[in-house]
Design a protein around this ligand. Structure first.
Ligand code: A3P
Length: 281
């Protein structure tokens, strides 16, 4: 079977998430100091969480990334309400479905991370094959079609990124690119810290950066999903690790020339005039 078992809530395909909670989230109260790490899936969310969490904890932590920065949509209302403010949460929701309703005019802060969509698609393909709840046994060609139609959790990549991009200049929104983190990790750590209101010395930046490289995260049980107690149950055996490859341009190993051309045409159509430009290699 090549079927993705998709459930539709509030116009989004959200698999196992509670549709009632998702619908309530935009009206969820925000407090001064609340911070949301937001992304379209597979864009560098976990990477950004690791950076943010280390900044908040002075470069040292002994807790898991999912505990440091819980996932808003997944955790549910009771869990989120029980957290003391200020809260730091992860989310994959589109701009108009975020707490604060209109993030650019809310008192919370939002860090959005975006990644070139061809690498996102490939990373999402391995993600869908990895987690049992996707029940996805199709091949890359099959996943590509779902991705192009936005028939994946959190919908069409173009809609998600373009909506957040509109608000990139708001003072309480930091719009990051995966490719920039790849090219200058310590500079990115510094920029993220500044946005969060921390002024860190070079030694601290260096200490945090060391713990956020691909190699150090891959081997860190507190930064991967593979080490979670529920991992064996939710993961298809022999699938790829969550912190998989971490490069720019892996799409070239998966997209056919025809798929690439089709994607490029759509990309040009959707992004032209937006000022949003990604690096693909
Ligand atoms: P790949 O599948 O291309 O390797 P998310 O956390 O949003 O689900 O994104 C996961 C992607 O980010 C995966 O991409 C993963 O390998 C990559 N990633 C995670 N930590 C990284 C790091 N420290 N450096 C580079 N890429 C990282």
């Amino acid at each position: 079977s090549t079927r993705l078992p998709l459930r539709n809530a509030s116009g989004l395909l959200v698999l196992t998430l509670d549709p009632k909670w998702i619908a309530e989230i935009p009206d969820h109260p925000v407090s001064l100091g609340d911070l949301y790490v937001v992304s379209y899936p597979k864009s560098g969310t976990t990477w950004t969480q690791q950076i943010v969490s280390l900044i908040q904890r002075g470069g040292e932590k002994d807790t898991h990334i999912t505990a440091d920065i819980p996932w808003l949509e997944l955790k549910g209302k009771d869990f989120v309400l029980a957290l003391s403010s200020p809260r730091t949460l992860k989310s994959h929701l589109p701009y108009h479905m975020m707490p604060g309703r209109d993030p650019a005019n809310s008192i919370a802060k939002y860090i959005y991370i975006a990644r070139n969509p061809k690498d996102v698609a490939v990373s999402y393909y391995y993600h869908a094959k990895r987690f049992t709840h996707f029940d996805f046994t199709g091949d890359w060609n099959c996943f590509f079609e779902f991705f192009m139609k936005g028939e994946v959790p959190f919908g069409l990549w173009f809609d998600h990124v373009l909506e957040w991009w509109k608000y990139k200049d708001a003072e309480n929104i930091l719009f990051l690119m995966y490719e920039d983190l790849k090219k200058d990790l310590s500079g990115s750590v510094k920029a993220i810290a500044q946005f969060m209101g921390y002024s860190l010395d070079d030694a601290m930046i260096e200490k945090i950066t060391r713990q956020c490289t691909f190699d150090s995260m891959k081997d860190n049980p507190l930064a991967t999903y593979d080490s979670l107690p529920e991992a064996p149950e939710v993961t298809v055996s022999n699938s790829t690790p969550f912190i998989r490859k971490g490069v720019i341009g892996d799409w070239k190993n998966h997209f056919s020339d025809e798929q690439s051309a089709r994607f490029d045409a759509e990309y040009t159509k959707r992004l032209s005039g937006s000022g949003l430009v990604f690096e693909f290699e």
